[in-house]
Design a binder for this molecule. Structure first.
Ligand code: PAF
Length: 293
């Protein structure tokens, strides 16, 4: 696996690959890799000739009071895991190379960026879109791979690609979970053992939501009321938001008469975790087999 740390060298490598007719798969990450990221690397390896994984803790997507400094990092371990998966290039640019002094250009996907997570993280999606568009220009991928855990991010990036006529296919892969159901996240590393137990309230409340829709509940308000009550009953959990929305426009739904996204963000102590499930009326879910996917 080649490790590239400058934008210039990455652009040169991408040009050579394109000239040779090779297809490029990109897995953009902020590092501290887990099985969810590795499933994206595997998907890219199946779909493209060359797989590039970027590791860049993007300052532009963190608010002033967020965890940019504390965000977990372990480049050596990440590189080892990526070698094990057969990734071809690890692109690990320096912040000053991505955002040189005087940097002033940002990309925004209006409206979609202000909903759900955008309410409590107002500059987050502007930062995500900006860095991802830069990565697309630098790496020139044919396909780019993202996880469904960040459902709003996936919706916004798809819209950016569509609106800006970018020649890249956005591939969104299912959430990867721990055996007990907790969605994998680099931020799970912040949780104490007690918080780790409490964090299961995300999975469990979403699972209940999915089952209640499969049993005929159509009122989003009733689904949300149960979800909120479940989370309120589990200190140290504190709800940031819970919502039942249209999966493309992210507009709140009153009735679940079609496919809907149930999304939530919950503080477990000081750690903010997100998770979501897609629900479909008429789709039977058995409580045993049901996974909060
Ligand atoms: O999902 C993430 O890890 C980040 O938001 C991304 C897409 C790598 C952009 O920094």
């Amino acid at each position: 696996m080649r490790v590239i740390t400058s934008v210039r060298a990455m652009k040169a490598a991408a040009s050579r690959l394109k000239d040779a007719g090779r297809t490029i798969g990109l897995v953009p990450t902020m590092g501290y890799l887990h099985r969810g990221h590795l499933s994206l690397v595997r998907a890219s390896k199946r779909a493209a000739d060359v797989t590039v994984v970027s590791i860049f803790v993007n300052p532009a997507q963190f608010g002033p009071r967020e965890d940019l400094k504390a965000y977990p990092r372990d480049l050596e371990r990440d590189a080892r895991l990526l070698r094990g998966e057969g990734a071809d290039i690890l692109f690990h640019p320096r912040p000053g190379d991505m955002y040189p002094t005087g940097y002033k250009t940002y990309v925004e996907v209006h409206e979609l960026q202000n909903k759900l997570c955008g309410v409590s993280r107002p500059i987050h999606f502007r930062g995500v879109c900006t860095v991802v568009l830069k990565l697309f220009h630098i790496v020139r991928p044919d396909r780019a791979f993202f996880g469904q855990k960040d459902a709003q991010q996936a919706v916004i990036l798809r819209r950016m690609v569509r609106d800006l006529d970018l020649d890249v296919r956005v591939d969104v892969r299912p959430i990867v979970r721990e055996p007990d159901g907790l969605a994998l996240s680099s931020r799970n590393a912040y949780l104490s053992p007690e918080e780790r137990r409490a964090a299961l309230v995300l999975t469990r409340s979403l699972k209940e939501a999915k089952i209640s829709v499969s049993r005929g509940e159509r009122r989003a308000s009733a689904v949300l009321a149960r979800l909120r009550a479940r989370i309120a009953a589990e200190p140290p959990a504190r709800l940031d938001y819970a919502a039942v929305v249209d999966p493309e426009e992210l507009e709140p739904l009153k009735r679940i008469d079609r496919r809907a996204l149930v999304a939530l963000a919950v503080f477990i102590g000081r750690t903010r975790l997100i998770d979501n499930v897609t629900v479909r009326p008429g789709k039977k879910e058995s409580p045993d087999k049901e996974k909060a996917r």
